[in-house]
Write a protein that binds this ligand. Sequence first.
Ligand SMILES: [Zn+2]
Length: 424
Amino acid sequence: MAVMRASVDRIARRAAQLAGIGGSGTSVSRLGLTRDERRAHELVGSWLERLGAAVRHDEAGNVFGRIGGTGPAVLVGSHLDSVPTGGRYDGALGVVVAVEAIEALRSAKVRLRTPVEIVGWADEEGVRFGIGLYGSLAAFGRLPKGAAARADTDRVTIRDALRALGLRGDPTKARIPKGAVRAYIEPHIEQGPRLADRGIPLAVVSSIVGILHARVTVRGRQDHAGTTPMDQRADALAGASEMISAVESAARKRGAAVGTVGEVAVRPGAKNVIPGECVFSLDIRAPKDRTLDAVARDVERTIRAVSRRRGLRASIDVLNRVPVAPMDRTLRHALGRACHAIGVRAPELVSGAGHDAENPALAGIPTGMLFIRSTGGSHSQRESASARDAALAASALAHALTDLSASYWDRSRPSGPRPGRQLT
Ligand SMILES: [Zn+2]
């Protein structure tokens, strides 16, 4: 196989160029469906055009660059938006790596037998309109009903935002026809400490966790903090605090599950008033659907028991339940072999964060993900990743695309070393 080397310098330069759009210093605020996000998409489009790609912007605001003619393509990419005051690498580095893989293939004069399409997804973070993974949801026909009418806090709808970008305003038109995508591969920073802790630059993702998002409303009785005896209270916040502790213990009890209460609202919210109502959020994630269900059941049981004992009324609204998205076996093996080919023994990791890759996977398209070591956490300006690791990812991706183009699509069984052991 030809030597396919990615350029560390070009990756560093391009990552910095993207970080400059909506960014200052190491902090980036490039929200979905904004002018800045569009500029990032156009910049990536210009890199792709220089590689001879046919570039198009779809009706949801995603950018695509196709190389290698017509027919079903292998889709490779990530997202180009960020959270407010986020980091430089979440999403953006994956797109830079995807483009760099094509650069590496071109410089090694490798001809792929399968077209490759690079994608930059729009509004993955869902900050403005509350729809996470928006661009890929649209492309794989999975947007919630009436999504175009969702508004941000300035009452600008998705429809308005798309029109302001010169599009028609109907993101459902971005749906990719069935059979047009053979496979999807997403390079992305890990956003967690596991690779850095073990000193390994790359990992192959085995699955993306299932996620349950819910809102719990606890109603008690608002009353005077001075004159109401302790045994005659129905304190919504005191009850909620027991419930919130139960989220932590229910998740701890089951190995790989995590549970978080990130928002709490107390009403009426005055120091001399017993809280009459408390609303809190639930975010529960697990690598297996049955684990997720078990944690959710435990939490619900506690919410009911605490309510009964304290004379409170509680309701649970499930906002979203995304099943575990398993990554395709053949792609996992191909990515594992590709890492091996460039001298990296890449372990397999479960992704605890949601990713655009969920959408093709849940739409039945073979999907794979490659994690790049990152430090400093994520969704903050401390987030960091090295261009050297990203170059390894691009080289591995170039190998994987060659391998898949040569063997997988001919349906011959790929051979070679199996991917690394599973890290938790
Ligand atoms: Zn991301």
